[in-house]
Design a protein around this ligand. Structure first.
Ligand code: ARG
Length: 481
């Protein structure tokens, strides 16, 4: 079959070349963005006098018919069309005839693919932010009920100081808020339109690039044509953002794996989000958080893979760049599914404050509080206070008790300088509430952290709602059932 670019060729393409060269099997995911770009381009061509009104009308109608075919799943994808851009252009010409051949005036596939791919990543960016915000809302809703729920705070995975469950969940949320902000900045740094850059040097047609950018809901035309067709920073930015997000998801998941073990028992994962063992009938496995933890691997790999593709390329467009898409599609899909399932899993997870308390009571977590109390209230030098506290810990241990469970009399019998009120600071709840410094674990502080996060979440949602880009749902028809 004759190629759209076949004018100077005498021999037919080898089938081997055709299959190797083609990207349509994966770039078909950008059909919507390609049509969006073509609409804006056609309107611009009409505006600058290249297309007559009837030609524009028939192009727009043809593109509408093609949209329907994609939605119904009846658009035939053939490697002989090479990529989505040529597939749509030749389908258009088959449908409407001569005016279809005018659509490619004043553009090249190089600026076309840069635009399509950029639009795709920007839409995915907005959609991922919406999903992260949902996840944050879930965490904040759980946290609100647990500002007094004690658990052992750990460093080196060893018991350190008592904290509240809410404090821990808020810490997770802080990671996710940074992910949202990172995506926001990736979005605003990259929302320019490369269309009209032509092959690399601009076009001789006087394209109205401002008009095209406005039509597409982008902030402005990109600055330099050569840069526009060769850079893939927008894709790398997104891959990095997703890698960070997945690293956070992985750390949260690791804690869910730990917390759901018999040793911790902090959470019970719902049966609907757990799996069994094919051989050990008693087992209930945390496959969901384990897979979430494991999925970060491919997200990091995708970032690495595109960095390597780009690193030696001379300006401007090179075909190597065609290797940019699968990594990005995979990272987007991975992040979407991971956010969806983590959110659903958390919503059905049961938190077990009793087990958290039990573990908090087994590490003498309030020892520092007692030493501080003896210094501040009894004017005992810190070195002595440390020593006295050490003796009390040893006593508690010999009694098989936690420090927080000792009676007043037991304390005073060890050292007569210890007043009765010391009992109060041993209490884990008081110890937790005492850390009332800004950002600390005291309920008052955590409530204020929750409020700040909720405000940021609401702001982020608002700025998302103002995004002028068409909504994006690459999962819908594009995800395998
Ligand atoms: N399928 C190509 C890609 O993904 C489209 C651009 C091709 N341009 C060209 N001049 N061969 O990069």
């Amino acid at each position: 079959m004759a190629k759209l670019w076949g004018g100077r060729f005498e021999l037919e393409s080898s089938k081997l070349l055709e299959d190797f060269n083609a990207s349509i099997s994966f770039d078909c995911q950008m059909w919507e963005e390609d049509i969006q770009g073509s609409r804006a381009h056609a309107k611009m061509l009409h505006k600058i006098g290249i297309l007559q009104q009837d030609e524009l009308d028939s192009i727009l109608q043809g593109l509408e018919q093609i949209t329907q075919r994609f939605k119904e799943g009846t658009f035939a994808l053939k490697n002989s069309d090479e990529d989505i851009h040529m597939a749509i252009e030749s389908a258009l010409t088959n449908l409407i005839g001569e005016s279809g051949k005018k659509l490619h005036t004043a553009r090249s596939r190089n600026d076309q693919v840069a635009l399509d791919f950029k639009l795709y990543t920007l839409k995915a960016n907005a959609q991922l932010r919406a999903q992260i915000l949902e996840l944050m809302q879930t965490l904040l809703d759980i946290a609100r009920n647990h500002t007094h729920t004690l658990m052992p705070g750990m460093t080196h995975l060893q018991h350190a100081q008592p904290v509240s469950l809410a404090f821990h969940l808020v810490a997770w949320c802080c990671n996710f808020l940074r992910d949202v902000k990172r995506l926001e900045s990736t979005f605003t740094r990259n929302d320019t339109s490369p269309l009209g850059s032509g092959a690399l040097a601009g076009t001789p047609y006087g394209n109205d690039r401002e008009f095209v950018a406005r039509e597409l809901g982008l902030s402005a035309p990109s600055l330099n044509a050569m840069d526009s067709v060769s850079e893939r920073d927008f894709a790398l930015d997104l891959l990095y953002d997703i890698a960070m997000l997945m690293m956070h998801i992985s750390r949260v998941s690791e804690e869910l794996v730990l917390w759901s073990s018999a040793e911790f028992g902090f959470v019970t994962l719902s049966d609907s989000f757990s799996t069994g063992s094919s051989i050990m009938p008693q087992k209930k496995n945390p496959d969901v958080p384990e897979l979430l933890r494991g999925k970060s691997g491919r997200a990091f790999g995708n970032l690495q893979s595109l960095l390597v593709v780009m690193k030696g390329l001379p300006l401007a467009y090179n075909k190597d760049t065609q290797e940019d898409k699968e990594a990005v599609f995979d990272s987007i899909r991975t992040a979407q599914i991971c956010l969806e399932i983590l959110n659903a899993c958390l919503k059905t997870t049961q938190f077990n404050p009793q087990n958290m308390l039990k573990m908090a009571q087994s590490g003498h977590l309030s020892a520092t509080d007692l030493a501080d109390f003896l210094v501040k209230k009894c004017n005992i030098p810190f070195r002595d206070a440390h020593h006295i506290t050490g003796r009390i810990v040893a006593y508690a241990q010999s009694q098989g008790k936690d420090l927080s469970q000792l009676r007043k009399e037991e304390l005073t019998s060890i050292d007569s300088r210890i007043p009765k009120e010391a009992k109060k600071v041993l209490d884990l709840q008081s110890s937790m509430q005492a850390r009332n410094s800004l950002g600390g674990t005291a309920s008052m502080q955590v409530k204020s952290q929750i409020k700040t996060l909720q405000d940021s979440l609401n702001d982020a949602q608002e700025s998302l709602a103002q995004t002028k880009l068409a909504t994006f749902n690459p999962r819908g028809e594009k995800r395998a059932k």
